[in-house]
Design a protein around this ligand. Structure first.
Ligand code: 5RP
Length: 224
């Protein structure tokens, strides 16, 4: 099976976790497969809250209502991919640059269902460079502090240029390589303390409740 077929399989399996009127929807290629599946049952839900402009556009393209989070009191379930996930449900996210809105939508959702192909499961996170969204004026100041923590921060650039990539929120992203993340909650708290950081792509304090992992033998369910 290809990686895309594994992603499609978990996206299909995630439909069984759809509950309540409003669904939180993540960002990335796996989340896109989920949106395509959600479109098939869109009459069963009232609407969605999107974690990025790209996700909002794809949902709208399917005729699925996209609501402002400020108008939503409760989200039963948030469904999203991950760049790395541990057996304990902690994740690195943000490869698709949507980490801040993903974290916000996840924080108001009762259940987080992570959907990922099996290659994302790791013992210790950090092989995938940790994305940190920063205010543009603070990017060098924050980078120095991330280096002091032992990482090698690199400014994310627009594809095919050396201009800084700009997120949906007007932020920049530092991708931090070289961290062996043995204490995900501790590191998340430490990076959150750095002035100028908008959000860190470590989802440990609020990790996944369920992970659907795509493997050649079928979808494996990890519940935390
Ligand atoms: C976007 C994310 C994605 O969930 C993560 O990058 C995984 O992406 P994909 O499903 O394309 O492998 O965090 O900010």
């Amino acid at each position: 099976m290809t990686q895309d077929e594994l992603k499609q399989a978990v996206a299909r399996a995630a439909i069984a976790y759809v509950e309540g009127d409003i669904i939180g929807v993540g960002t990335g290629s796996t989340a896109n497969f989920f949106i395509d599946e959600l479109a098939k049952i869109k009459h069963q839900i009232k609407g969605t809250v999107a974690s990025s402009e790209a996700t909002a556009a794809r949902l709208a393209g399917h005729g699925i209502p996209v609501l402002d989070l400020n108008d939503v009191a409760e989200i039963a379930v948030y469904i999203d991919g991950a760049d790395e996930i541990t057996e304990q449900g902690a994740m690195i996210k943000g490869g698709g640059a949507a980490l801040t809105r993903e974290k916000i939508v996840a924080s108001v959702s009762k259940k987080f269902v992570c959907i990922a192909d099996g290659s994302k499961l790791v013992d210790v996170m950090g092989k995938f460079p940790l994305p940190v969204e920063v205010l543009p004026m603070a990017r060098n100041a924050v980078a120095r502090q991330l280096a002091a923590l032992g990482g090698q921060p690199k400014l994310r650039v627009k594809p095919g240029s050396d201009e800084a990539f700009v997120t949906d929120n007007g932020g920049n992203i530092l991708d931090v390589a070289g961290l062996a993340i043995t204490d995900p909650k501790g590191l998340e708290a430490q990076i959150n303390q750095i002035v100028g950081v908008i959000a860190v792509g470590l989802f440990a304090a609020r990790g996944a409740d369920v992970c659907l992992l795509g493997t050649p033998d079928g979808v494996r369910t990890l519940a935390y």
